[in-house]
Design a protein around this ligand. Structure first.
Ligand code: ADP
Length: 217
């Protein structure tokens, strides 16, 4: 990696992180690298990797650090990320992954780690209503009447309920976030790279808050 904008967006499930990432990646013209999207694509393609991880994802557990670190290392080595930088969504998830990322990005350190802060009580309802584009990852909220088929406004792909957005899996992922991912806040805070951003508000307000932080770096 050499130059560009290198951002990590942290935030618990349902914080609006995915929606903001899609928008931020267009705004800064950097690849949006979502490890969840990459894993789901491999499940759809029924690749060897996909066959191994489908059950882990559906149950709401985390896939192994070694596997996900290799996936990210390979992705960050591609020309677009080397040239333009990247916006990481869903990675790192553990302190081990964060240390590996520092190692991968050591010549071009991260510009900022944004922590999108939304209280847990607020996200449960949003997650049950969440629908996601299979192709571009755009997020939508389902109302009382759901279009069928539902076509993505951005890319024309199918908009679906994720297999892991069941109440059981959602709760397990939120618990996991507290235990495994929250220590990342300390890790990045200790090295002065963490910028908490209030994630409560309209998507436009939140976008404005995030870009203000990034532009100040
Ligand atoms: P969510 O943030 O709603 O959990 P993601 O799309 O980020 O959704 O991830 C979906 C699933 O993919 C996770 O529950 C986990 O099983 C797996 N996953 C994604 N990113 C990682 C990661 N960095 N480390 C381990 N597992 C991951």
């Amino acid at each position: 990696m050499s130059k560009g904008t290198r951002i990590v967006l942290l935030g618990r499930q349902g914080s609006g992180k995915g929606t903001q990432c899609v928008r931020l990646s267009r705004h800064y013209v950097v690849p949006h690298i979502s490890t969840g999207d990459m894993l789901r694509a491999s499940v759809r393609e029924n690749s060897a990797l996909g066959r191994g991880v489908a059950e882990v994802i559906d149950s709401g557990r985390l896939v192994g650090d070694d596997l996900i670190v290799e996936l990210v290392r390979e992705r960050l080595g591609k020309a677009d990320a080397r040239r333009r930088g990247f916006l990481l969504d869903g990675f790192p998830r553990t302190v081990t992954q964060a240390e590996a990322l520092d190692d991968i990005a050591n010549e071009s350190p991260l510009n900022a780690v944004i922590d999108l802060v939304v209280p847990r009580e607020m996200v449960l309802e949003r997650l049950s209503a969440r629908r996601v584009c299979r192709d571009c990852g755009a997020n939508y909220q389902a109302g009382p009447v759901v279009a069928s088929p539902w076509i993505c406004d951005t890319c024309g792909g199918d908009v679906v309920l994720r297999d892991d957005d069941t109440p059981e899996s959602i709760n397990r992922r939120l618990d996991l976030y507290e235990t495994q991912t929250a220590p990342l806040i300390e890790y990045y805070g200790a090295s002065g790279r963490l910028f908490p951003v209030n994630g409560v508000g309209s998507p436009d307000q939140v976008f404005e808050r995030i870009t203000t932080v990034i532009d100040s770096r």
